[in-house]
Design a protein around this ligand. Structure first.
Ligand SMILES: [Zn+2]
Length: 305
């Protein structure tokens, strides 16, 4: 009997050592709504986090479908990193259904990266969502503007530190190292874009306006009549005329847009349609934040020369 008790006690002790060891090494489980934010959260969180994205870069984020697999990921999550400005509003449904109090709006594990971002294309009149306009709060596609990475990663570092305050210094150190790397790339990118500064481009959906503005390029028109509203023939006629008049050389396309249509319009206007890295993972070779920006800089600096 005594021997059995000793055995039980030693098994319990071993188990408790195991769990406390596992606890110390346990990584923070973070869910990002889009892959750009997964990449940035990995840069800030380093070895301390394990990040999953709810969507893939080849998807239209406006139309992501809430799936049971999302709720499973969210139920286990210590933190959620969201884009905000309505881009990932669908995540609210999944988060509410996941029954995880720390990631509901206002919870300490809820991280909105749009905080302190200066929003572009804010509608001057009230936008009616029922008409299909998908940017009612302004343009939400800012995550791949390298100039906003300091603000975005600050939001991520602050959020992760709310969940594990003891790791604040480590997050800040990772963040600074990442921003230093990005700054080195930025010097190269700025130099590559210098010769095409001031060039006008047409976009299918306004995904690149922050990026274009950062490098001194101009979004002259969109193929969509309004954000999220499919191109109408009348509108396309106007855009083609504008492209000819202003000698616009490129239409920037996301992989899931109607690429055939973009090609037809480009051909008509004497331009080229370019499938861009509209997100991390949208095209081959753009599998992290820096690689995606590098892809877009390479594409534009060549095509617009
Ligand atoms: Zn959009």
């Amino acid at each position: 009997m005594k021997r059995l008790l000793v055995l039980i006690l030693s098994v319990l002790a071993a188990a408790s050592v195991l769990t406390s060891g596992a606890h110390a090494a346990r990584k923070l489980k973070v869910v990002a709504t889009i892959p750009d934010l997964k990449s940035l959260t990995e840069a800030v969180g380093g070895d301390l986090v394990e990040v999953e994205s709810l969507t893939r870069g080849t998807q239209n984020f406006h139309e992501a479908e809430v799936r049971p697999s999302m709720m499973l990921k969210l139920r286990r999550a210590d933190a959620v990193v969201e884009n905000g400005l309505g881009l990932d509003a669908w995540a609210d449904v999944a988060i509410d259904a996941s029954n995880n109090a720390s990631i509901v709006r206002g919870g300490r594990g809820r991280i909105d990266i749009s905080r302190n971002v200066e929003v572009l294309e804010v509608p001057s009149t009230r936008v009616d969502r029922s008409m299909g306009d998908v940017h009612p709060q302004g343009n939400p596609h800012f995550s791949l503007d390298p100039g906003l990475a300091p603000v975005i990663t600050q939001n991520i570092a602050d959020g992760l530190a709310r969940v594990t305050p003891e790791n604040r210094a480590a997050f800040e150190q990772n963040r600074q190292a990442f921003l230093a790397r990005l700054e080195t790339e930025m010097v190269k990118w700025t130099k590559a874009m210098e010769p095409v500064k001031g060039a006008k481009v047409v976009v299918f959906h306004p995904v690149y306006v922050y990026f274009l503005t950062r490098f001194g390029l101009v979004q002259a028109a969109t193929l969509e009549d309004r954000p999220g509203i499919p191109p109408s023939p009348q509108h396309l006629v106007t855009v083609i005329r504008q492209m000819k008049e202003e000698k616009i050389k490129a239409i920037l396309v996301e992989p899931w847009n109607d690429v055939k249509l973009a090609n037809r319009v480009a051909e008509e206007a004497g331009a080229k349609a370019l499938v861009m890295a509209s997100a991390v993972g949208a095209v081959k070779g753009a599998d992290n934040y820096i690689a995606a920006i590098d892809y877009n800089v390479g594409m534009l600096s060549k095509a617009l020369r």
